[in-house]
Design a protein around this ligand. Structure first.
Ligand SMILES: N=c1c2ncn([C@@H]3O[C@H](COP(=O)(O)OP(=O)(O)OP(=O)(O)O)[C@@H](O)[C@H]3O)c2ncn1[C@@H]1O[C@H](COP(=O)(O)O)[C@@H](O)[C@H]1O
Length: 106
């Protein structure tokens, strides 16, 4: 799984640097800028919700992949490495969400 995300991150960085908007969807997104990427991620999140509530498993897998891809592009736009997100998930590992929320609100 990590290899898949690492490869995706590398490919996104290469396509953003290429500036080849004729051949690359990532380059097109990069040219349109962060607000468009953010809106696209939001759209994909909504499509994932619809797939979860009324679509097939294949629909849900496809929409979830769209979310992960567009999230990776968004992070790249902000120069945030995926490893930072993974490190944050690792940091949270083993801490119950209920415990964390109680500590935050007390
Ligand atoms: N994983 C993906 C990926 N997932 C989804 N998409 C594209 O995301 C776009 C948006 O999905 P939609 O279904 O919303 O498409 P749409 O309605 O045509 O888009 P809009 O007109 O609404 O913008 C589609 O064009 C999909 O093909 C992706 N495009 C690229 N990648 C990866 O990025 C790499 C680089 O891609 P290029 O930059 O195109 O070379 C590829 O090799 C892949 O690994």
């Amino acid at each position: 799984m990590t290899d898949t995300l690492t490869l995706l991150e590398q490919t996104i960085a290469e396509r953003m640097a290429s500036g080849d908007v004729q051949a690359s969807y990532v380059a097109q997104l990069h040219a349109r800028g962060l607000p468009v990427v953010a809106r696209k991620l939001g759209e994909e999140a909504v499509e994932t919700i619809v797939a979860a509530l009324s679509g097939s498993e294949a629909d849900l897998v496809g929409e979830a992949a769209d979310v992960v891809f567009h999230l990776a592009v968004l992070l790249a736009e902000r120069s945030v490495p995926l490893s930072a997100v993974m490190a944050e998930l690792d940091r949270r590992h083993g801490t119950s969400g209920i415990t964390e929320k109680a500590a935050r609100t007390s």
